[in-house]
Ligand binder design. Structure first.
Ligand code: NAD
Ligand code: MG
Length: 393
């Protein structure tokens, strides 16, 4: 029986974005209820979430994890149905029972679940930028074909969305001259370049402004995150690479800007708190509280801006190159980067080797221009991963 509340599924509920999403939902239980939650391996965290939100279903990665979760939930009299594996994840993502889905899975693993949401014609709140980077126009084509509603959660893209001339029609860009994508610059913005060879995973994931998952934190330190976001912006808003400019803004108060032909620039501001874009997307086109502290401009005092240094952060240039090369190039960039970041976190390679590895993989893997389905993108993804792994070992 429906009680008028929207039913929300959170894919990747145990991660940083997943937890923030549940925090926003918990503030508005009159409007939302949780339909399903999914996680890969953090079963005890997922169990706590199931106890609190009592979803209809929960999905984990393996049968063993599902057995543990099921036993613990039954012991507490929680009735959530426990499922596991890829097929169940896709089934839950596309379930007719939910009204909207947050995709907060990290990496390429988010592509198929995101597409499943789209093919069910649902509202997709997309945090998982890697999906869009990999599949670009096929993804956007599917959104249009199935009449899905796509709302960006990445703070920059959500900010741009809010500053567009017609947010409801993201690619109607009348009067837009440029998108100004802001970047904090990460923890190594002014670190001596020669010292970058020696930074540790702990130093790399200590982001000065945002608390995030490990992978995106390393991406922020190399600034490959901004490169991925350039590609993400290109596909979301249908804007050419030449009209997307990266601006370093260390305070992370402006989350991005849209520059218009008459000289006006619209910026979206706020404290760096992902609950702001999450609440925006959940309530859109309405507004509701997010739990974030309002920005105190007098306390911030100064806003600074500088141009990015592509020599210090070659990841941004590699991403622009991949976007220009087209076809499978962004998927190869993304796959190589995922392998390299994991290798860095596992202390198998140094920090600066992340970009070297991405560049070498992009040189070696031939670009396939006509990608007609997701299967061919996933096959290029696998190819790139094995080439990148080959370079490491
Ligand atoms: P995280 O590592 O904290 O969480 C990732 C989630 O994905 C976890 O719930 C995990 O269980 C799940 N997961 C991981 N591998 C999986 C797999 N193979 N199959 C199914 N589920 C899997 O990551 P995060 O920081 O929350 O980021 C999630 C996504 O949002 C990323 O794509 C990231 O780029 C994007 N994003 C994050 C932030 C942020 O502030 N954290 C900001 C903007 C965009
Ligand atoms: Mg971002």
């Amino acid at each position: 029986m429906s009680d008028g509340r929207q039913k929300i599924t959170v894919l990747g509920s145990t991660g940083s974005i997943g937890v923030s999403t549940l925090d926003v939902i918990s503030r508005h239980q009159d409007r939302y209820q949780v339909y399903a939650l999914t996680a890969n391996s953090r079963v005890s965290e997922l169990q706590r979430q199931c106890e609190r939100f009592q979803p209809v279903a929960a999905v984990v990665g393996t049968a063993a994890a599902a057995a543990v979760l099921e036993r613990n939930l039954r012991a507490k009299d929680v009735k959530t149905q426990v499922l596991y594996g890829r097929e169940s994840l896709l089934e839950i993502a596309s379930s007719a029972e939910s009204d909207a889905v947050m995709c907060a899975i990290v990496g390429a693993a988010g592509l198929e679940p995101s597409l499943a949401v789209i093919k069910a014609g649902k509202k997709l709140m997309l945090a998982n930028k890697e999906a869009l980077v990999m599949s670009g126009h096929l993804f956007i084509e599917a959104v249009n074909q199935y009449g899905a509603v796509l709302l960006p959660i990445d703070s920059e893209h959500n900010a741009i969305f809010q500053c567009l001339p017609h947010p409801r029609h993201m690619s109607h860009l009348q009067g837009v001259s440029k998108i100004l994508l802001t970047a904090s610059g990460g923890p190594f913005l002014h670190h001596p370049v020669e010292m970058l060879d020696h930074v540790t995973p702990e130093e790399a994931i200590a982001h000065p402004k945002w608390v995030m998952g490990r992978k995106i934190s390393v991406d922020s330190a190399t600034m490959m995150n901004k490169g991925l976001e350039v590609i993400e912006a290109h596909w979301l808003f249908g804007i050419p690479a030449e009209q997307i400019e990266v601006v370093i803004h260390p305070q992370s108060v402006i989350h991005s800007m849209v520059s218009y032909v008459d000289g006006a620039i619209l910026a979206q501001m706020g404290n760096p708190d992902m609950r702001i874009p999450i609440a925006h997307a959940l309530a859109y086109p309405e507004r509701m509280s997010s739990g974030a502290t309002p920005l105190d401009l007098a306390a911030v005092g100064t806003l600074q801006f500088e141009a990015p240094d592509f020599d210090r952060f070659p990841g941004i240039r590699l991403a622009y190159d991949a976007l220009k090369a087209g076809g499978s190039a962004p998927a190869v960039l993304n796959a190589a980067n995922e392998v390299a970041v994991q290798a860095f976190l596992d202390r198998r390679i140094g920090f600066r080797q992340i970009e070297t590895l991405v560049a070498k993989t992009m040189e070696k893997v031939a670009i396939v221009q006509s990608l007609t389905d997701i299967g061919s993108i996933l096959s290029e993804d696998r190819k790139a991963r094995s080439v990148a792994e080959g370079f490491i070992s």
